[in-house]
Each structure stands twice: as C-alpha cells, then as structure tokens.
Ligand binder design. Structure first.
Ligand code: ZN
Length: 870
C-alpha cells in the first residue's frame, strides 16, 4: 500500500471500512503498523515510481516467493504487427500489502483481461475483470491484496500486448534482450534479480522460423499455418536471464564433452560457417575448465547459443540460449591473433557467467560488476590454457589495464560499485570501470590473498548461494573468513567503493628513490599494491626492487643518483606514474632496447601517460616511430600504433598530415603484419593527408591487401566517401555492389547515408536519429552518428553536439544498456575544435541537475575534445 497512486483514496476507504473486521482478526501490533504505513503514504502522497525502485524491490522480495511464470507469445512474421502474449504467474504471498507487478506498456498495450485463481478449490476461484482487483499505473500492475490468499498458490492470468522495445524485431528474426530491467516491457513480471523464478515458455511463430530459449524444445507442431514450440520449464532464473530468439536461422549441433550444444546462425558465407567447430571446441574447453575450477558441474539443463547480426553487445549469458555478436564469432578471412584471442575470451566470458551471475546472481544491479569481473577474470585464465604461446601478463595489461586507465584518467570516472536507486538507471553503471578496472582489482585481490585461498573462497561462495543471490559484501565476508590477515574489507573499500587511480610520483636523490602515492581527489586514500621498479647508474648495476605501496611512501636506498628509472617494470602497478623529465630520455631509449615485452609495454604506458599530462612532447612521436619500425611483438606494436595515432590527431592540420605520412611508412614497411593492419585501420578511420587518402583509395579500389577483410573495405568506403565528396555516390554504390549478405547490405544502406556531402541531407539524417523509431539497430545508429560527427566535417557538424547531448537522457530511457555511452562517444570522440569544446562545457554547465552517471559518460567521451587547447 506504500506505492499507491490515483487508486489511493478508494483503497483507503475500503481498508478503513474493513477495519472492524481486522481488529477482531489480527493482533493489535499488525493493525497499528498497517495504519502507520498507510498514513505515511498519504502524508507523503507517494506515487508508485516508474521503473523498478530499490525500495519496491526490497519490499516485494520479502512479500512474494516461489514465483513461476508460464508464458505464451504469438510472434507474427511482419514486424509491424504486434506481439501478443498470455502470462500465468504463480506465487506465494505473505499477506503483507498489495502485490506490484512491473509492466512497461502503455494503457492500451495492456489488454485488460485478467483473472486470478487462489483457492485450492476450483469452484471458489475468483474470475473478474481486471479493474475489479488490479490497477495499472506508472508501469505497474497493482494486485489488490484482498484478492490474494496466504498459504496457497496465488495464480494470476494476464493477456497483454508486448512493447517492441526489447524484442529486437527484424524482418526475418527477433530476439529478446532483457538485461537489466527490460523483461517488464515484454510481459508483466517481478523484474528484479533477486526474485528468481522458473519460466515455461510456448512460442507461436511462422512455420519457416526456428527458435531457441533457456529450456529445450519439448514439442514442435505446425498447425493452421503457424508453428508452436513448447519449451521445457527453465531452471531458476532472474527475469533478466529469461530469453528467446526466433526467426529464419540455420542450425548446427555438436557434442561438447558429452553435452549436445545447439547453435543458430544467419551467416551464409561457407568460410565463416566453417569456423563454428572452433567455437564448439572453445565452449567445451571453457565448460571443462570452469567445472574444475569451481568444483560444480555445469549448473543448467542445456547449453545453446545464437549468433546474431547487428547485435548490440559482444554476448549475453542467457543459460541455454547465449547470444553472440556475429562479428565477434565469425572472423574475417585473416584474423589477427588479437581477434582470435578476443573470440575465445568472449566465449569463455559468457560461459563463466553460467556460474558467476547465472547460478549465483547479484541481489541488486549495483553489484552487476561482480558477475562481470568474474566472467573476465575466469576468461583470462581460460585464455592462458587455450593460447599458451601468448604472453598473457602482457595481454592482461593491454586488455584491461589500458582500458581501465582510459576511463580512470577522465573526469567521468567513478567507483566500481555505484549506488542504484532504480533499475531503469542500471545501464549507466556499465563501462570500462566495470569491465576493465574490476579485473585489475581482482588480479590484485588474488595476489593479495593468494590464488588457492581465493579459489577456495569462491567455491564456498558458489555453493552457499547456488541458484540464489549474493552481494559483493557477502563474498568479501566469505573471503575474509578464509584469509583474515589479508584485511580484505579495507582493500575492498579503496579499490571497489572509491573512484580514481593513484598518482605515483617517483623522485630520486643521491641517497634514495622515493615513490609517493597521491589521491587525485584529495581524499587521502592509499591503494595497496605491489609492483617492481628498476633503477641503475654506472656504479650500481640495474637493481630490480619490489615496491610495496601499502603505505603512502616507499623508499629505496641508493649509493648514487640513478640515471635510469623504470618505475613499473613488471606492469603490475596501476596508476599514473609521474617521472622527472630527466628520466624520460633514458626511459625512451629502453622502449627500443628492452628485451622483455611486458616491460616495453609498461614503459610505453608510462611514457603515454606522461605525454597526456604534458610532461613529454618533444621527440615523442619520433621515438615511437623508431621503435615501431623494429617492434616484433604484436601487442606492444598495437599500443604504439594507438599512441602515435593519438599524438598525430592532437596536432595542428599541417603537422598532422606530415605525421600521417610517417604512419603510412609503418603500413608499408613494418615487418609485423598485425602492426601494418592496425595502423592501416587507424588511418582508414580518419586520415586527412592527400598522400594517405590516395593510398587508401587505391587499396580500396583494388581490394588487393591480403590483410584486410570486407569490414575494412566497408569502413574505408565510408571515410573515402566523406573525404572525397565529389566521388561519394560512386564509392558508395561500388562498395554496395560488392556486398553479398543481405544483413550486411541492409546495414550498409542505413549507415552509408551519413556519407552524403549535402549538409541538408546530413541534417535530416541526424534529426531522424532523434526519433526513437529510427534507432532500432543501435550499432548502425552509432556508426552513422560517428560519421556525421567526424572531425573532417567540423565546424559544420558542431551544430549536432547540443541536440545530441540533449537527447541522451531519452536514449538512456529507451535504448539498451551500452547505448548511452556508445551514443555520446560517437557524438563527441571525433571533435577537436575549440567551438566543440565550448559547446560541451556549456552543456555541462547549464545541466547541473543532469543525472550524475549520465554526466560521467559525457565527461568520459569528451576527454579528447576537452584536451583541446584554448
Ligand atoms: Zn558479461
């Protein structure tokens, strides 16, 4: 009753009318608390908030239990026709208050037919019109408590029409993607992670469609021109993990460690389809590895997956029906080692979720990062087994630390764990801090307490909370008991609950080297961590010292002033290492001469960080160029390419064009194919010099570069069409003519419109993106916006900045979880001008009440443009 809105008064009158009866029936204390509760609600006039407020979630989880859903959806072939469904929701009720279901439809999307059955005796069932016992308000259906019964199963039947928001409907297929709280846009439910339920699904689909869901297909019947598939009841799942995909798909089944794994896909290229056996192998490896590590057999009834074109994530961990992005699974003809590793990591990531996230789920989405950190952490371990020849410490540094720092150095950074008052804001929690900084923290936690102790703690956590929910603090309590001397609560506070990274200043005198950590936000925090440092001079040979930063400062005695300092020698240190200019030159020389790949990468990171902070500028590009020409390690080379690219785009146009010429030399002359490929891709995205554009044009026209694939040529065609407006129509039609796959052609037709040189066309395209109905395939939208907002079109495209930022709140409400960040990145990352910087600053200054998490995303995306010198 706390959550009533316009039904409040009727309800109050009814309750007061029955008071006499209550006083007789219940102890006085219950009566008093109910009245108090009611009076509080009246006094505050609290309407039931939209979305899923945490307050509602906590109240509901204690009130309703043992939930079962039986759901039927009728999916028409035409995406213009609505999806209708029927839900039967069964639950136990504790007798305390009205029961609130979530349903994010418009009034007219709720068909109003609803019955309730809650007596053991079928004759006593109450069948009424919906209005009699329930109210539909602010995205909720409120079932009035006088129609519910304690001690028996309460069953509610509802007919409804689903909103298309999370059905991802395409011409020949559709898929549901409900994380974090989008199930409620498709059917009425208790849409919160700690109300796990079973789902019994029936789908009615066109006869030439296939379908996959969490349970196995038990019956599959064609009748009256429609196909009906009944799936077995799912295991216990939160609503965000319930899912189904249906459409025109090809399928393949394989045996993975004695388990039949089914794959659905739309790919038509035989060479790509031939990669599926590798995917099955990697699934089998991941499953075996996780069963051994956790000591728990695969916890769900089936494993299956679907590979989707235009998919907005890399993957999603619905048990039995994992969804993968086709670009991440079906690699181009000549995949780089990075791409192959990244595919395995994706497969291992989603498979790890079966234990971390699916078997044990966070209680609330503020802890969504816990499932992500374990999925990434386990994926890294599995990758070590699958690709033993790769330097995984180096890969970890490149994959996680680099991206974590990319966000952590911006003003948009935040703590790993963030508060979340309503699930409708959960999407904003995602980003590099969750996906990349959390694994850095986890690696430190493992070092801090020991790998075996951590594994034992995790096994206990998974078994105590199996098929249930747990918070990060629940896990820390278990780990703390396993190893009390590790002081994990303090560790967790700094690394998990506070934002930012330490600034570690390294100073040297004749007698000592001092490392001092500073908190960039002045809170006096200390980040406990260990890493190694190398110092040397002509008297003392190079010394390797382990630095323990559990205190504010760490000192190392020396006999003489060192001439060489490599502050983060093993790359295990996380933070901004600040060194004196006097050491930069020597450090730069080591970038070329050090044999250890990991150290070279760590040096490159230190130099880059010092460059970004204005400590190092002169000769930086030249040194990178000299090093890169000789670099043999693909991961180090790829970082150096990025750093050169960043330096080049930071320069004024004439210098930038000259530097692009040097980058082209790398493309032509590097001994390392992946380095050539990386550099070519960077240039193909934003090159400005005539020399480079001519080279790109020739390459694109002849399509004779063995290192490039169709996707590369598509991207090149976009950039070339923008840079050569007179030829744009010809370039686009030539590229379109080369495409074979219908899904790729559809995407190309959508995105390539952004290449049109006519300003009025660009304006009308941009304004069409302001409308939600034109943003259904988010990766396409993102690419289109990125092209519309590219630097080459400054200053005319600056006019898109303010409206593009203004629509962000709506994007967050209507789009998928990664979309707000992707949108604002596409909008801002190309801009470099002072005017653009001013527009962003103006927006931030005039929107002081903008949601903090959303503002953080803007500040993060604006990092590049905000660095522009006034
Ligand atoms: Zn994940």
């Amino acid at each position: 009753m706390f959550f009533l809105n316009n039904f409040c008064m009727t309800q109050i009158i009814r309750i007061f009318a029955s008071m006499k009866h209550w006083i007789m029936k219940y102890p006085k204390s219950i009566f008093v608390s109910l009245v108090m509760c009611l009076l509080t609600a009246v006094a505050h006039g609290q309407p039931l908030e939209k979305g899923v407020p945490q307050k509602l979630a906590i109240q509901r989880a204690s009130q309703v239990s043992n939930v079962e859903y039986a759901l039927t959806f009728s999916i028409p072939a035409k995406k213009s026709e609505p999806v209708r469904g029927h839900a039967t929701i069964c639950f136990d009720w504790n007798g305390m208050g009205d029961v609130v279901l979530d349903f994010q439809g418009e009034h007219n999307q709720f068909d109003g037919k609803c019955t309730i059955v809650n007596k053991k005796n079928i004759e006593a069932k109450k069948v009424r019109r919906m209005e009699t016992f329930a109210a539909f308000t602010n995205e909720h259906i409120i079932i009035r408590k006088q129609y519910l019964t304690v001690g028996v199963r309460n069953t509610i039947h509802l007919d409804f029409t689903s909103s298309d928001k999370s059905l991802n409907r395409n011409d020949e297929y559709m898929y549901t993607l409900f994380v974090p709280d989008h199930a409620r846009s498709v059917f009425p439910c208790f849409d919160q992670p700690d109300m796990k339920a079973t789902f019994k699904l029936t789908l009615e689909i066109p006869t030439d469609w296939k379908a996959i869901s969490n349970g196995a297909a038990m019956s599959n019947v064609v009748e009256n021109g429609r196909r009906t598939i009944e799936f077995s009841e799912s295991d216990l799942l939160p609503t965000y993990l319930f899912s189904f995909t249906a459409g025109k798909f090809a399928s393949m089944t394989a045996d993975c460690n004695g388990r039949q794994v089914e794959a659905l896909y739309r790919e038509t290229d035989a060479k790509k389809i031939a990669q599926l056996p590798v995917v099955f192998d990697e699934i089998a490896l991941s499953l075996k590895w996780l069963e051994e590590y956790t000591g728990i057999s695969y916890p769900f009834q089936k494993y299956g997956f679907v590979v989707l074109p235009g998919y907005q994530f890399g993957g999603m961990e619905h048990p039995g029906a994992i969804q993968f992005n086709d670009k991440r699974i079906f690699l181009g003809e000549k995949p780089t080692p990075d791409e192959e590793l990244s595919r395995l990591e994706l497969i291992a990531h989603e498979t790890s979720h079966m234990w971390f996230g699916d078997l044990v789920t966070m209680r609330w989405f503020n802890d969504v990062w816990t499932k992500e950190v374990f999925a990434n952490f386990m994926a890294s371990k599995i990758a070590r087994e699958r690709f033993p020849d790769i330097n995984h410490d180096l890969n970890f540094l490149k994959t996680y630390q680099t991206l974590a720092m990319k966000t952590d150095r911006t003003l948009g950074t935040h703590s790993i764990q963030q508060p979340l008052a309503n699930l409708n804001g959960a999407g904003l929690l995602y980003g590099n801090i969750i996906y990349d900084k959390a694994p850095v923290m986890m690696q430190k936690l493992e070092e801090h307490m020991g790998a075996v102790a951590l594994q034992n703690g995790l096994r206990k956590y998974l078994s105590v909370y199996s098929y249930g929910n747990a918070t990060w603090d629940d896990l820390i309590t278990i780990l703390d008991a396993v190893k009390p001397e590790a002081m994990l609560k303090e560790f967790s506070h700094v690394w998990v609950k506070e934002k930012g990274m330490p600034i570690i200043e390294v100073k040297a005198t004749d007698k000592q080297i001092t490392l001092t950590q500073k908190d960039p936000y002045g809170r006096g925090l200390i980040w406990p961590q260990k890493f190694t440092l190398v110092a040397g001079n002509e008297m003392e040979r190079n010394r390797l010292v382990t630095v323990d930063m559990s205190e504010r400062t760490f000192t190392i005695s020396t006999k003489k002033h060192p001439t060489l300092l490599i502050p983060n020698y093993n790359g295990k240190g996380y933070g901004r290492f600040v060194i004196d200019r006097t050491y930069i030159h020597e450090l730069t020389k080591r970038l070329l001469s050090t044999k250890n790949d990991l150290t070279r990468y760590a040096i490159a990171l230190t130099l880059y960080e010092n460059y970004l902070n204005g400590v190092y500028d002169k000769d930086y590009f030249t040194e990178l160029f000299r090093t890169l020409k000789k670099e043999r390690n693909p991961l180090v080379a790829s970082a150096l390419c990025d750093h050169m690219h960043q330096f080049a785009i930071d320069q004024e146009p004439r210098l930038r064009q000259r530097l692009e010429g040097f980058m082209l030399d790398i493309v032509k002359g590097s001994p390392l194919p992946s380095c050539r490929q990386n550099m070519l891709r960077l240039l193909a995205a934003d090159a400005t010099s005539t020399e480079v554009l001519d080279y790109l044009y020739r390459t694109w026209k002849l399509q004779d570069d063995a290192l490039l694939n169709e996707r590369d040529y598509i991207n090149m065609s976009y950039h070339l069409a923008i840079m050569r407006p007179a030829e744009w129509a010809n370039i686009i039609s030539t590229q379109r003519g080369r495409l074979k796959n219908q899904d790729v052609i559809r995407e190309y037709d959508y995105v390539s419109r952004a290449c049109n040189p006519s300003l009025s066309e660009q304006r009308s395209l941009f304004h069409s993106l302001m409308l939600r109905q034109n943003r259904t395939v988010e990766p396409w939208v993102q690419n289109t916006l990125r092209l519309l907002s590219c630097q080459a079109r400054e200053p005319q495209n600056n006019e898109f900045i303010t409206p593009g930022l203004e629509v962000l709140e709506e994007i967050q409400q209507t789009g998928d979880i990664f979309f707000p960040a992707n949108w604002v990145n596409a909008l801002l990352s190309g801009h470099k001008s002072k005017e653009a910087k001013q527009l962003v600053n103006e927006f931030i200054n005039t929107h002081s009440s903008y949601p903090k998490a959303l503002k953080n995303k803007i500040m993060e995306a604006a990092y590049g443009v905000l660095r522009t010198k006034d």
